[in-house]
Design a protein around this ligand. Structure first.
Ligand code: FAD
Ligand code: DLZ
Length: 521
């Protein structure tokens, strides 16, 4: 029996939930140690199985959560941690919370605003049944609040990223000189987008050797399904803040000088080219967007002869622009966004998306490296795997599930807007002003893939023709009604209309054959 004083103390205890993608060590929650606060983190089947994740993704989330909990404990905070095999673990966030909060040990509950609609709805529903005070706090991570479209685009049905990016540049005072963009332009994209020449060597990505075999065994024992490969003895992704900061430093020192120039380049010689590989660390909040931007700006300021401004601006735009934009788009349109299917596409994703076993070399390369590293860079995602799925008329639900599962950085708010929106145009043009589709010419221009492909990039029809060529025209032809009024598509329809009817017929026939045999390509 506890005395009254002790009971009062216990009754003032607050339980605070930290989700797996909320590992922000610099959050104000942790500025001081509070004896009356308990933090809780949970590895649960619910989160590990809502889609089939890549094994490296599950390993890294669990490992990062465990390290974060251990670090908090080390600093004196009280932490409850549910590991995946723990007997008391009810394998769902709200079931575990229900047990804890109905135990009488806690007088109040607080959680950080989730980034995912599914999780937020579930927590809102759960907390509406509680009689104790509940607080929802900011994750203190993003540059703008998630409803920013309401004031950046009042009453607008479409959202221009460039407008949003400029708004954030001004709000955050980024790359400005007395309110004007540095060097007189907001966007230096035209100087980027080059193919990687043979004489340019690409540094090996910075990878760690995280020993995660114990977690791996636990995941297997827990029966969590997964995809992809892992060497659990040495997992290369950063799983704590110190490793994340090393990846950031490596990027600024080694990769930033050529980041922009080769941002769109694809090559068999490297799986990350000059990309930062910071998305996992950013998305689980080991790093903040502002500190990543500041680190890049500071490297450029220290040595502007080594890092041209276009490299820096291109990088800042990805984080201050695209990343924040996608989050606001998500919150402006969820939950409806998750079922948008502008073209009513219904095809299945070809089976080789799970093996890489296709004769199309670009797809094989992008898929195999995704299975191996849980990573592909933006143009591989957009113009290879995404482009093909769109041309092949794949159901966006299938495409979403694939992207949400396979990539280390895939959390729904940033995955679905990029996949369903930017890549599949399933949102009818909210994220992109036109569909990102191309024939083989683009892939050949931006990569070294086509030279060693069984299919011929320059051949349009007949045996051995690259499927991207005829599928491209088939896509334009079958969606004419929805696309011909888009000014950015006018030129392509004019080219199509000028073709000889026999040529058009051959292209459509070749495409139809490919569409019939997607699994065999
Ligand atoms: P870098 O090229 O080095 O860029 C730096 C940072 O900018 C990234 O870490 C990321 O935080 C941000 N960034 C760049 N482009 C985008 C973008 N379009 N949207 C949001 N942030 C961006 N990104 C994810 O974080 N999670 C996803 O699940 C995801 N799914 C995608 C699906 C498709 C179909 C496409 C086309 C893109 C997707 N992206 C996603 C965006 C982008 O491809 C990845 O952020 C990037 O490849 C991550 O690698 P990196 O860290 O080396 O990026
Ligand atoms: C991705 C992931 C995985 C695999 N497992 C967990 C988990 O067990 N517990 C958890 O809190 N978070 C996990 N995550 C990240 C979540 O999916 C993410 O925190 C939510 O989707 C909220 O955005």
């Amino acid at each position: 029996m506890k005395d009254a004083g002790e009971r009062k103390k216990i009754n003032q205890m607050e339980l605070r939930l930290i989700l797996g993608d909320q590992l922000n060590a610099r959050h104000s929650w942790f500025a001081d140690v509070h004896q009356d606060v308990t933090y809780v983190l949970m590895e649960v089947h619910e989160e590990a199985t809502y889609v089939t994740h890549h094994i490296q993704k599950i390993l890294c989330f669990f490992a990062a959560m465990r390290q974060f909990a251990a670090d908090l404990q080390h600093k004196g905070h009280t932490v409850l941690y549910y590991s995946i095999l723990q007997k008391e673990n009810r394998q769902s966030i709200t079931s575990n919370l229900a047990e804890l909060l109905h135990s009488g040990q806690y007088a109040s509950f607080a959680y950080l605003q989730p980034d995912e609609y599914r999780v937020e709805s579930s927590l809102q529903q759960f907390t509406s049944t509680l009689t104790m005070p509940v607080a929802v706090c900011s994750t203190e991570h993003f540059l703008v609040d998630r409803n920013a479209f309401e004031y950046v685009f009042p009453k607008k049905a479409s959202y221009l990223m460039e407008t949003f990016y400029r708004y954030i540049r001004k709000k955050e005072n980024l790359l400005l000189d007395e309110g004007k963009p540095l060097f007189g332009k907001w966007n230096f994209d035209v100087e980027n987008r080059k193919k990687l020449p043979l004489h340019v060597s690409v540094p090996e990505p910075l990878e760690f050797e995280n020993q995660l075999t114990e977690i791996y065994e636990e995941i297997k024992k827990a029966g969590i399904p997964s995809l992809g490969e892992a060497n659990a003895d040495k997992v290369g992704w950063p799983i704590n803040r110190s490793q994340a900061l090393s990846v950031l430093a490596f990027f600024c020192d080694t990769l930033l000088p050529l980041f922009g120039t080769y941002q769109d380049a694809m090559t068999d010689r490297s799986w990350a080219v000059f990309h930062s590989r910071l998305s996992f660390a950013l998305n689980c909040k080991l790093l903040s967007p502002r500190e990543v931007i500041d680190a890049a700006v500071s490297s450029w300021q220290k040595d502007p002869d080594r890092i041209d401004y276009n490299q820096l601006e291109g990088f800042v735009r990805q984080i201050a622009g695209w990343r924040e934009y996608m989050r606001c788009l998500y919150w402006a349109h969820m939950p409806g966004y998750a079922s948008m299917n502008h073209f009513n596409h219904e095809n299945r994703l070809p089976a080789w998306y799970w093996t890489g076993e296709t004769h199309m070399h670009c797809l094989s390369a992008a898929i195999r490296q995704s299975l191996k590293h849980s990573y592909a860079h933006h143009i591989q995602r957009l113009m290879v795997t995404g482009n093909f799925a769109l041309l092949a008329g794949v159901d966006p639900d299938e495409v979403d599930r694939w992207y949400l599962g396979i990539y280390i950085d895939a959390i729904e708010w940033v995955e679905i807007t990029n996949t369903r929106g930017m890549s599949q145009y399933a949102d009818g043009g909210l994220a992109a002003t036109k569909p990102y589709v191309s024939s083989a010419a683009y892939i050949d221009k931006m990569s070294d893939y086509c030279a060693s492909c069984r299919y011929k990039a320059k051949q349009k029809t007949g045996e051995g023709a690259c499927p991207f060529n005829s599928l491209y025209w088939h896509f334009l032809d079958r969606h004419r009604e929805k696309l011909a009024t888009n000014q950015r598509m006018t030129m392509m329809y004019a080219v199509w209309d000028k073709m000889h009817p026999d040529v058009r017929h051959d292209l459509l026939t070749t495409a139809a054959q490919y569409l019939e045999n997607l699994d065999a390509l």
